[in-house]
Design a protein around this ligand. Structure first.
Ligand code: AHR
Length: 512
């Protein structure tokens, strides 16, 4: 039986922009069971924990080399008042989490607990400050509390709460979705707010903030243009304008409507292809925002951050609609692998991306059972793990002289084979996805400018796109060792239908 053959040319000796490890970033919101019951189970839990932080969750995420963690939201960030989350837990005031389930938030997981979590994970904190319902002073004090050394009111408060040394916090979000839950602002209005907030979020001592302005919804390029015009002035070398170092945008993969997004595990092949078309659209969006930014910032000093991405399905039947709890299948894994290929291609402008969200919410890495506590790694987790060698690697361009197989999906065309490559520390890593539900494909990798030795491969695939992991079948979708064939020009990689394959090898004669 013949399969479509996809020729792919990679020049191993022509490194492109470095793929920031922060493209593999994460997101933990006070939403459903992400923080409470996910990351944080409390000191009294029977589950092994450190100060209430669940240790098997930490261990699983450390295996991904997670580079950063965004917190406390999301929409929650713009109603979070950080001072409610410090000091003795029994004295912390409660609030209502109006965005997510109208549940009571007791503030037991606050600033110190989050910074402790980041230290356990070995991840950089990315804090989203409150612009929507907070004040400039409140945000400015938070930065001082976290990052200032010496003596000051906020430093004394931090020390009274048990932390002597300042933390290092680089990534700082100036609000979230200011066009929506973050205050329903117009772009001009938000830009003016962000100039004020950005000004008073100070760099204390040796801590230099990387301020990220709350950006566009999907393809709202006008929002990006307004921020570039009104916040993008960088000043000059001796007096830099410190308002923002990056701007963000959010894009979720939703093949249905907001009212009926589709079920995570119950879908047909048509739904699958519509999902893949929506996932691949992230390329168009990053290109669009980058093009606008290039007009105002051709030197690429301002970073683009996609700090919320992933699939968003209807919640699992019987769960709280405000908790956004969803299953995760082989289809979700392919959504992730396609996103990463796109991210790698845009490494010159895209500096960070955060999947929404890490535990128990939306396209999670980890699902935990609310009754038994059982922990399951999702198919998406495995894509992050198989791809982690791309972090901080030099991207390698993949040329497809004959294109890839395609499918017509409504008015759109879906390229069903997706690829990216990189090199780091004398090794090359190739990621290859076959999005086709039924047809295998063969990729003929023509490797130029070098050769590979010690080649090994792994595959993530499933009998059905709907397959997923559960406490009873935790490895239903898990990576397995795989064989690829050496050819005169390079490698031949057989891609079964609905599969994700990574291939790595040592670059002969190279130590970089
Ligand atoms: O990730 C869930 C929500 O999606 C976030 O709180 C919000 O920023 C976005 O609309």
């Amino acid at each position: 039986m013949t399969h479509p053959v996809v020729p792919a040319i990679v020049n191993l000796d022509v490194p492109g922009p470095v793929i920031s490890r922060h493209l593999y970033g994460h997101f933990a919101e006070h939403l459903g069971r992400c923080v409470y019951g996910g990351f944080y189970v409390g000191e009294d839990s029977d589950l092994p924990n450190a100060g209430g932080i669940r240790l098997d969750v930490v261990a699983a995420l450390r295996a991904l080399d997670i580079p950063n963690l965004r917190w406390p939201g999301g929409c929650f960030a713009d109603e979070y008042h950080w001072m409610d989350g410090i000091g003795p837990k029994e004295q912390r005031p409660s609030m209502v989490n109006t965005h997510w389930g109208n549940v009571e938030e007791n503030n037991h997981f606050g600033t110190h607990e989050f910074m402790e979590l980041c230290e356990l994970l070995g991840a950089e904190p990315y804090i989203s400050g409150n612009v929507g319902s907070g004040t400039v002073r409140e945000m400015s004090d938070w930065v001082e509390y976290l990052t200032r050394d010496g003596d000051s009111p906020m430093v004394r408060l931090r020390r009274a709460n048990g932390r002597e040394r300042p933390w290092r916090v680089r990534f700082w979000g100036l609000g979230n979705e200011a066009w929506g839950c973050g205050g329903h602002m117009r772009a001009e209005q938000y830009a003016a707010e962000a100039r004020r907030y950005g000004t008073y979020c100070r760099d204390h001592g040796g801590n230099t903030l990387y301020r990220i302005a709350a950006g566009a919804n999907g393809a709202d390029y006008a929002w990006t243009e307004t921020l570039m015009k009104q916040l993008g002035d960088l000043g000059c070398a001796y007096r830099p304008a410190p308002f923002m170092q990056a701007l963000s945008f959010h894009y979720y993969t939703i093949p249905g409507t907001w009212q009926d997004k589709g079920a995570a595990t119950v879908f047909d092949t048509g739904d699958h292809y519509r999902t893949m078309v929506q996932a691949a659209r992230v390329d168009e969006l990053i290109t669009g925002h980058s093009n606008v930014m290039d007009c105002y910032d051709p030197g690429r000093n301002v970073g683009l951050v996609l700090d919320e991405w992933g699939t968003w399905w209807n919640v699992e039947p019987g769960t709280n609609p405000g908790f956004l709890h969803q299953q995760n299948t082989m289809r979700d894994a392919l959504v992730a692998s396609v996103h990463f290929d796109v991210f790698h291609r845009h490494a010159g402008r895209l500096v960070m991306a955060n999947i929404a969200q890490t535990v128990n919410v939306l396209q999670a890495m980890i699902l935990t059972d609310p009754d038994t506590g059982a922990l399951v790694l999702t198919p998406t987790y495995h894509v992050f793990e198989m791809n982690k060698g791309h972090q901080d690697a030099a991207s390698l361009r993949v040329d497809l002289p004959a294109g890839t197989p395609e499918r017509a999906v409504g008015d759109a065309r879906l390229a069903t084979v997706s690829m990216s490559a990189s090199r780091k520390d004398g090794r090359a890593l190739f990621s290859l996805s076959n999005l086709d539900a039924d047809e295998p494909a063969e990729v003929e990798l023509d490797l130029r400018g070098g050769a590979l030795t010690e080649v090994s491969a792994r595959i993530l695939t499933a009998g059905r796109l709907q397959d997923h992991n559960t406490p009873d079948a935790p490895e239903a979708v898990a990576p397995r060792p795989y064989e690829v064939a050496a050819t005169r020009a390079g490698l031949r990689v057989h891609l079964p239908a609905r599969s994700f394959v990574t291939v790595t090898g040592r670059l002969a004669g190279s130590d970089t």
